[in-house]
Write a protein that binds this ligand. Structure first.
Ligand SMILES: C=CC1=C(C)c2cc3[nH]c(cc4nc(cc5[nH]c(cc1n2)c(C)c5CCC(=O)O)C(CCC(=O)O)=C4C)c(C)c3C=C
Ligand code: FES
Ligand SMILES: [Fe+2]
Length: 397
C-alpha cells in the first residue's frame, strides 16, 4: 500500500484524488490504466540542417551557417560571417526563388516524421506512443524549441535521429554538439534517457529505397539507351581540410554507393562525384559538373544523377542538378540526362526510417562505437565534451 501510495503521488493529481476516494483494487487498476494511456511519448528527435522556408529567411539561414564553427572556421568569424551572408544572400535568394520560393525540407521532414511515428506505434507497441520532434541547425524549428516541446510533453526517453544517412563532423557532428549545449541549457541532462542514431548509410531500407528509385528512372530509357546508361552518384563535397582531418563522410558515402550497386547487381557502370563546393579552397573531387562535361566529351549520352547524401529535395537537387547541370548536360551533348527523385515521401524510405528506429530501440545501444572515436586531426573541445557527456550515460563505455 505504501509503495502504491508513493507511486500514485508521482502521477497526475486527479488520479490521486480519484484513487483515494475508493481504495478498491479495481479502482487502482483503472487509475493505473489511465496513467498508462497518459504515458509520455518516446521522442524521436530528427536533426538536420534545415533550409529557408521563404526568401526572407535566406539571409538568417546563411548567417547561422557561416557562423557555425563546426562547419567552417573563418578568421574573425562573428564579423566575416555577417559580411559573407550579406554578400551571398542575393544570389542564393535567386536560387531559392527559382525552385519555388523556399526549401521544402520542413514539409518533407514533417511528413516523414508523421508516417514514421505511426509505423513505429504498430511495430514497437512496447515503446509507444512515439512522437517526432524536429531540430534544425540553421533555421526554425530550432534545437532549443524542440527541447522545450519535449519538456512540455514530459519526455523521459528520446532517440536523436540524424537525418543525414552518412556521418560528417560538419553536419551530424555539428547538430550533436549543438544538442549537447541545448540539453545542458535546458537542464535535461538527467531527466531524459538519451540515445543516438548517428549514421545509417548502409541500412537495407535506405539502400532499397534508393535502388528502386534508380530503377524507376532507368525505365524511362529505351532498352538501347539503358544499355549505355552511366549512373553518377552525386553528394555534397567536403573541403580537403575536413577530409584530411579524418572525416568519415567520404568513405560512408562510398559504402552507400557500393551497397546500392550491389543491389542493382552491378548492371551499370557508375562513379561517385561531388557537388556544391563553396569558396576558393580545395574540395574533394571529381566535381559533378566536370564529370558531366567529361562524359559528354567521351560520347556518353545517358547519364543518371543520383542524390545520395540528402533525404529530401533542396537547392542542390532542384537548382544545381536539375537546372544548372541540366543545361550543362545539354551543352555537353548528354541528350539523355536524368535525375533520380529525392527520397522525400517515398514509402519504402519512410518504412526504413521506422525500421531504423525500431532496430535502434531493440539494440539498447546508446550510440555507435564508431562515434566515440574522434577524427585523428580533431582539436575541438566541443567534440570532446559532447562525447564525454554521452559516454557518462553509456554503460558500455
Ligand atoms: C551531406 C550533406 C552536406 C555536407 C556534408 C555539407 C558540408 C558542408 N557544406 C558547407 C558549406 C555550405 N553548404 C551550404 C548549403 C547546403 N549544404 C548542404 C548539405 C551538406 N553540406 C545542403 C543540403 C545545402 C543547401 C540547403 C538547401 O536548402 O538546399 C551552403 C549555403 C549555400 C551557399 O552559400 O552556397 C554553404 C556555404 C561546408 C563548408 C561543408 C563542410 C565543411
Ligand atoms: S572534427 Fe571530427 S570528431 Fe571533431
Ligand atoms: Fe553544405
Amino acid at each position: 500500500m505504501a509503495s502504491l501510495t508513493l507511486a500514485l503521488r508521482r502521477t497526475a493529481p486527479q488520479l490521486r484524488t480519484q484513487s483515494f476516494r475508493n481504495a478498491s483494487s479495481s479502482m487502482f487498476m483503472r487509475a493505473i490504466t489511465t496513467e498508462t494511456t497518459k504515458k509520455p511519448p518516446t521522442a524521436i528527435l530528427m536533426t538536420n540542417m534545415g533550409g529557408p522556408e521563404k526568401l526572407d529567411d535566406v539571409h538568417d539561414f546563411l548567417l547561422n551557417l557561416f557562423s557555425d564553427r563546426d562547419l567552417m572556421q573563418l578568421p574573425l568569424q562573428s564579423l566575416t560571417s555577417k559580411w559573407i551572408a550579406k554578400r551571398r544572400s542575393p544570389s542564393i535568394r535567386e536560387q531559392y526563388a527559382q525552385i519555388g520560393g523556399g526549401s521544402p525540407i520542413l514539409k518533407w521532414t514533417r511528413k516523414q516524421g508523421e508516417v514514421m511515428e505511426k509505423i513505429l506505434d504498430e511495430i514497437s507497441p512496447e515503446t509507444a506512443p512515439h512522437k517526432h520532434y524536429i531540430a534544425f541547425r540553421y533555421v526554425t524549428p530550432s534545437t532549443d524549441a524542440a527541447l522545450e516541446a519535449m519538456k512540455k510533453d514530459n519526455v523521459k526517453r528520446a532517440v536523436v535521429f540524424t537525418q543525414y544517412p552518412q556521418y560528417s563532423c560538419s553536419t551530424t557532428g555539428s547538430s550533436l554538439n549543438e544538442l549537447h549545449h541545448g540539453i545542458k541549457a535546458a537542464g535535461m541532462e538527467d531527466s531524459v534517457d538519451w540515445s543516438i542514431i548517428d549514421r545509417w548509410n548502409t541500412h537495407p531500407g535506405f539502400i532499397e529505397a534508393t535502388a528502386s528509385l534508380i530503377e524507376k528512372k532507368l525505365k524511362e530509357y529505351t532498352p538501347e539507351e539503358r544499355k549505355d546508361a552511366v549512373i553518377l552518384f552525386s553528394a555534397h563535397s567536403l573541403p580537403m581540410s575536413v577530409v584530411n582531418r579524418g572525416d568519415t563522410y567520404p568513405a560512408e558515402v562510398g559504402a552507400s554507393v557500393q551497397h546500392v550497386m550491389k543491389r542493382l547487381e552491378g548492371k551499370y557502370p557508375h562513379r561517385l562525384v561531388w557537388q556544391s563546393q563553396v569558396g576558393p579552397s580545395a574540395w574533394l573531387g571529381p566535381q559533378t559538373s566536370d564529370a558531366i562535361e567529361g562524359y559528354g566529351k567521351q560520347g556518353k549520352k545517358n547519364l543518371v544523377l543520383v542524390p545520395i547524401a540528402f533525404t529530401s529535395d533542396h537547392i542542390e537537387t532542384l537548382f544545381e542538378l536539375d537546372l544548372e547541370y541540366g543545361e550543362l548536360a545539354e551543352k555537353s551533348g548528354v541528350t539523355g540526362f536524368k535525375r533520380v527523385e529525392a527520397l522525400n515521401g517515398n514509402e519504402i524510405f519512410t518504412r526504413a526510417l521506422a525500421d531504423i528506429v525500431k532496430e535502434h530501440l531493440d539494440s539498447k545501444q546508446l550510440v555507435s562505437r564508431q562515434w566515440y572515436l574522434r577524427c585523428p586531426g580533431c582539436t575541438s573541445e566541443k567534440c570532446k565534451d559532447t562525447r564525454e557527456y554521452f559516454a557518462s550515460k553509456d554503460s558500455t563505455q
